[in-house]
Design a protein around this ligand. Sequence first.
Ligand SMILES: Cc1ncc(COP(=O)(O)O)c(C=O)c1O
Length: 445
Amino acid sequence: MGTMTHDEMLQELANRTPKSGKLWEVAQDLVPGGLLSQARKFKPYPFYADRAEGQYIWDIDGNRYIDCTMSFGVHVLGHSPPAVVDAMLNQARRGTSFGAPHLHEIEFTKRFIECVPCAEMAMLCNTGTEATLIGIRLMRASRGKSKIGKFEGTYHGWHDYAQWSVYVDPTKMGPEDKPNQVAASGGIPDAVRDTVMMLPFNEKAFDMIEAHADELAGVMIEPVFGTGAIPVSAEYLAKLRDVTERSGVLLMFDEVITGFRIALGGAQKRFGVLPDLATYGKIIGGGAPIGAVAVSRALMQQVAQAEEQVSSAGTFSGNPFTLAAGTALLKHLMENEHLYAEMDAKGDRLRGGFNEWARSRGYAFCMSGIGPMFQIHQKQGPILKPRDALHQDLAMMNDLQLHLRLHNIYIPWFHLAFLSAAHTDADVDEILQALKDSVTEIMNP
Ligand SMILES: Cc1ncc(COP(=O)(O)O)c(C=O)c1O
């Protein structure tokens, strides 16, 4: 691409993506902010996707990108894997939503429970947000208490009980050991505030859980913080397990990102720590919308004995279209578990290659993550907790994303990114080279 000024890059982008540019203008009048999710933000405007296959995505102007967004973590095998697409097409002809039980819900749930260590039973829904909502409801019902512990810097979906202190805001965050509880959206009633307890991501959290055990129904955590791609150590998870168990507080792993990505079954399998319940989404629907809650039989028995019966529903929950795709996907993963070691190796090579290179040049950029999950930070690193990722240079990060887009690499803005089983070693080399070229150009304008 050669060295370009910022204005030259914008011109190049306009030349390459005229149709996307026009649609972006139209979108401003149709959708608030032009986007259906802020995670899809892209300066100066996003491309509009036309189709995707394997590790690639094409925009409507015909440009092909190596996709490191993978629909924000949906496609662990890459886009449109044939085994899954066949199941989808077949099911589309037989009916997409029945309003009656069907064979795929048995097939899917059996496989899901077989793979997820803490699962003896499962509930299905349509998104990760719904899954954490159900998980929280189960914890409250089983313990007869309303408070849920949540860690600063974690994302558990966009409902009112979860959207607190998701991104850490340096102007509002408060002390590290006792973080403020900051609403991450307008429109969340303040009455909800007292149903959540904000936990620091350090050992102080254990003291807080013990001290507030009489109010806490449960604690939820992402075993790898998605915001920042920060793996939680197996040791920390084991201590959290220990303190919650001793205190009579339930532990929920939110595996919407890690589930079936960093191991068949998820982080609980990889780290060897068992929660009482766990939430899933994204990958397990094979590309169709899904959410799931894995629970132990004991927990469900406690819930059944609660004073009031717990209810959850959903017109589309467990619909046959999604579960035909999900069953085909789980089957493929169960028969090809070697894919996890291969994805790990590619992720390690990408992170290791980039970090070593940035360090050797003295550039304040680094990459965090685990397995096929990674995130680029405009920081020296390492990023071991959400507050380590604060104070990045916004303009540099915007430029980095633009550079990468002009190198035909699609990476989300300030967000976790993904490799999939479809990404080859040659793709990793290409991503790495594009990153090196882009950072070099940004650091030497
Ligand atoms: C850890 C985690 N939990 C829950 C959710 C919410 O899932 P969904 O976007 O399907 O509602 C997400 C979404 O990114 C997530 O990363």
